[in-house]
Design a protein. Structure first.
Length: 76
C-alpha cells in the first residue's frame, strides 16, 4: 500500500466519522473551564460551553466524500 492510499484511507475514515457525528448530533459542543478568581484559598471557576453547529447537508457531504475515498482505495 502506498503512502497516498494510506492517506486517502485515513482521510476517508475521518470524513465518515465527522459526517456521521454531524448528521446524528447536528454539530459539536465542548466545555472549557475559565478561572474567575484565584486568591489564596478562594477559587472561583466558570464552565463555558462552546458550540459548533453543523447543518445536516454538510454532514451528508462529508459522509459521502469519506465513503468515496474509501471506495476509491479498494478499487485501485
Amino acid at each position: 500500500m502506498t503512502a497516498v492510499k494510506v492517506m486517502n484511507r485515513l482521510l476517508g475514515i475521518i470524513l465518515v466519522v465527522l459526517g456521521l457525528a454531524g448528521v446524528i448530533w447536528g454539530g459539536f459542543a465542548w466545555t472549557t473551564h475559565k478561572t474567575l478568581v484565584d486568591i489564596g484559598p478562594l477559587h472561583a471557576t466558570q464552565n463555558v460551553r462552546h458550540e459548533l453547529p453543523m447543518p445536516p447537508v454538510i454532514g451528508v457531504m462529508a459522509l459521502a466524500a469519506g465513503a468515496a475515498l474509501l471506495l476509491m482505495g479498494r478499487r485501485a
